[in-house]
Design a protein around this ligand. Structure first.
Ligand code: BMA
Length: 737
């Protein structure tokens, strides 16, 4: 029984064979003695609240997080700020009957013993169960590693561990998206007893040297990943289960998340602790596409019980999760929980729950037992080569130490209502969460609400907003930067470009602070239902404006520029493995498209740098432009092709004097259901949103700023070819007023 959510009694032909209480554990029971010719398997799923309430009543205080903490069930199923509270139960993974005679192959684990340029040494630890003393032949072949191996082993009754060493000469190492190739070696391992195949496993292993480096330095303590000797800037996002009812997500649903990450130029995903452990297929996809995985154990935003039956259950859960993922080169880090320790020290729980000194001592002792001892020991025991980090973040965002060491969740923007520009000051060593909400795109909202001119107060819409002050917060930030939108569709659009603006500010700040800051993981990649959230694409898969912004800002090479009181400072940030010469062009352009001034320099883009390449006071240009209708465009290009571009207006969006542009457009249909659009505008168009009436497929870019009289080439791709008369709708900021 690979997954029962959560409390159930299982009967086979009337005999109770199992009581389960952990959604994350896979149970296997020997059923031979209960079997008949015709069998009845009954799984009695029990309502969750009775059990959690009764467990809660056995301790003298309430635990923060509510009674959900007693159940080993996805925390977000009890309601979260992006998910409803539905608390359903059921069979969420397959139930299988496995029949066998004699010995069986349980699993094969790969251990990297040594890695250098000439040679990699590996070991397979093969677990076999046997009924009696037997001889088992282990065979494997690897085409990529050019290895053929055969050996006969004596096995004894019970559990056997067979160790097989192998070597690969001149190994090709595994690396992440953007840093090198995803070299994998395939192995087909067979166990044979008396001429019968008793089990086989296919493995694709990767050799890599991955370390989390925490060293004292001038700021405090570093926090970065070093892969094959090179510092890696981690670009990525936090993953929530792609379906609220986790069992609805197939392997391909999870694999699709990895494709999205790659499309946005990411190299790391964090599996957030309030959801579920992903299927192994997710890790296989990450191996193949070069995405590192930061894996939380499933604990979030609470304190948990410390009794022995709870701890026993967690230790089985942890062992199974570790053994499931440990062969994967993409696995980067095990993390105990999400925000428990931040909550304990910063969220006022002691007062809220009126803990006595004795209660507090007990609660924190239970925390330590679980997150500093049990989980840490399980990782040491079953996956000693992977780092364990007890809690993300290690220090709460309100404390200045959170910028000096460890990982950080900076929620001063959003929860703290601070302006986006604060991201420039609050740059931690590794930002493992930050984000801003937006509404799903208009066609998606139309899928879950029947059409209408909604407002943030419409009950039907509010039902999809699970953050207590979500709409007020969006509105407040919107009013800071933009004029009020004229209708609901405009509001959706504004919330999208608002989120994109915030993410742009943050990513620029994080990447340009490399190597002091070495990670930027956005909250959140995806959605589990049609809700209003921090996601980059919505439940239906439609990209929000932030998706395109993030994709551009996670490009290998970017310009991180700032215009402050006429002072322009431009940094070039490169994650590229090679160095090259590029052109940096700074242009002062008015909204009619006249270039009033320009400067151009050659820039030596060295591999792995963030450095200031342009720093100038532009005050002497004052007479050349009007503040409300001109902009500075910073463009980095290579051989005439733009690599990355930033637009700086001299004032906030709401003060810009925009003109309604007329658009000229040409459509060229290409093979593979691609329609290429060549678009140009006569006046500056801010945050141009492209859409197609039937709303299928996606664009290579969207929500971008357009310089007048310049041809932009954007491809639309979809499963079905576009109809000949299907046109492109274009809106931009001016159309919201
Ligand atoms: C983060 C997460 C979630 C939450 C998000 C947005 O810190 O860990 O708990 O959904 O904040 O509030």
């Amino acid at each position: 029984m690979e997954g029962i959510d959560t409390y159930a009694d299982v009967f086979l032909n009337g005999t109770k064979i199992l009581s389960c209480n952990n959604m994350f554990v896979s149970y296997s029971i020997d059923i031979k003695q209960y079997c008949r010719d015709r069998n009845i398997l009954k799984i009695h799923i029990k309502p969750i609240n009775n059990l959690t309430d009764s467990l809660a009543s056995q301790i003298p205080y309430k635990l923060p997080g509510g009674n959900r903490v007693f159940a080993r069930k996805a925390a977000m199923n009890f309601g979260w700020d992006f998910a409803p509270d539905l608390r359903a139960g059921g069979i969420w993974k397959p139930v299988k009957v496995i029949c066998r005679n004699g010995p069986s192959l349980e699993n094969v684990h790969f251990i990297q013993k040594q890695l250098n340029a000439d040679r990699a040494k590996g070991q397979f630890e093969i677990s076999l169960n046997s009924d009696e003393n037997r001889k088992v032949k282990i065979e494997f072949v690897s085409e990529t590693a050019q290895i053929e191996y055969v050996n006969l082993f004596d096995v004894i009754p019970g559990e056997n561990k067979l160790l097989v060493d192998f070597e690969v000469e001149n190994p090709l190492v595994w690396s992440t998206n953007g840093n090198g190739d995803q070299n994998l070696y395939d192995f087909q391992i067979k166990a044979i007893c008396n001429g019968t195949l008793i089990g086989e496993e296919q493995l694709e292993i990767g050799f890599r040297d991955l370390k989390l480096i925490q060293e004292k330095d001038k700021i405090g303590e570093s926090f970065y990943f070093k892969l094959n000797g090179k510092k890696i800037f981690c670009k990525g996002a936090n993953v929530v289960p792609p379906e609220y009812f986790a069992g609805l997500a197939t392997d391909s649903t999870w694999e699709a998340l990895v494709d999205r990450a790659v499309d946005m130029n990411m190299n790391m995903l964090r599996i957030w602790g309030g959801g579920v452990y992903p299927p192994e297929a997710f890790y296989t996809a990450c191996d193949k596409k070069g995405i590192l995985v930061w894996q939380d154990f499933m604990f979030a935003c609470a304190m948990y019980p410390g009794d022995s039956s709870f701890l026993n259950s967690v230790s089985i859960e942890a062992k199974q999760a570790i053994l499931k993922y440990k062969n994967h080169p993409s696995l980067a880090l095990w993390c105990g929980n999400n925000e428990n320790i931040e909550g304990w020290y910063n969220w006022g729980w002691q007062k809220e729950f009126n803990y006595s000194a004795k209660d507090s001592t007990q609660i924190i002792a239970d925390y330590k037992l679980l997150f500093e001892k049990l989980l840490s020991e399980q990782v040491k025991k079953y996956d000693p080569s992977t780092m364990y980090w007890p809690s993300s973040p290690s220090i709460g965002w309100g404390r200045k130490e959170s910028m000096l060491k460890g990982d950080s969740h900076y929620w001063g923007v959003w929860w703290g209502m601070e302006p986006f520009d604060i991201y420039k000051e609050k740059v931690p060593r590794f930002m493992s969460e930050y984000g801003f909400q937006s509404l799903p795109t208009f066609p998606s909202v139309s899928e879950f609400l029947s059409g209408g001119n909604y407002s943030f107060n419409t009950p039907a819409l509010k039902n999809h907003q699970k953050h207590p002050t979500g709409f007020e917060t969006i509105q407040k930030y919107m009013d800071t930067y933009y004029l009020p939108g004229k209708d609901f569709r405009s509001k959706i659009y504004l919330s999208n470009i608002l989120q994109a603006k915030g993410m742009h500010t943050a990513i620029s700040a994080h990447r340009s602070a490399m190597p002091d800051c070495m990670g930027s993981l956005i909250w959140q990649l995806n959605d589990c239902w049609p809700g209003i959230s921090w996601s980059l694409f919505d439940y239906y898969g439609r990209e929000k404006a932030a998706y395109y912004q993030v994709k551009s800002d996670f490009n290998q090479v970017i310009v991180a520029s700032e215009l402050n009181d006429r002072k322009l400072s431009v940094k070039v940030v490169s994650d590229s493995t090679n160095s090259f010469m590029a052109d940096l062009t700074i242009s002062l352009i008015d909204f009619d498209g006249n270039i009033r001034w320009a400067d151009r320099i050659g820039v030596n883009v060295l591999s792995g740098i963030s450095k200031v390449v342009y720093d100038k006071d532009l005050k002497n240009l004052n007479r050349l432009f009007e503040e409300n209708s001109s902009m500075i465009v910073v463009d980095l290009s290579y051989e005439g092709k733009s690599l990355h571009r930033n637009f700086h207006c001299f004032t906030t969006e709401k003060n810009l004097i925009l003109k309604r542009p007329s658009v000229s457009m040409k459509r060229i249909d290409l093979p593979g259901n691609i329609s290429r659009f060549e678009i140009s505008v006569n006046y500056f168009a801010k945050n141009v949103e492209l859409s197609i009436n039937n709303e299928t497929g996606g664009f290579t870019d969207n929500y971008f700023d357009m310089i007048p009289d310049t041809k932009y080439v954007i491809d639309h791709y979809s499963a079905e070819p576009l109809k000949p008369n299907e046109g492109l709708n274009i809106r931009s900021l001016i159309d919201t007023y």
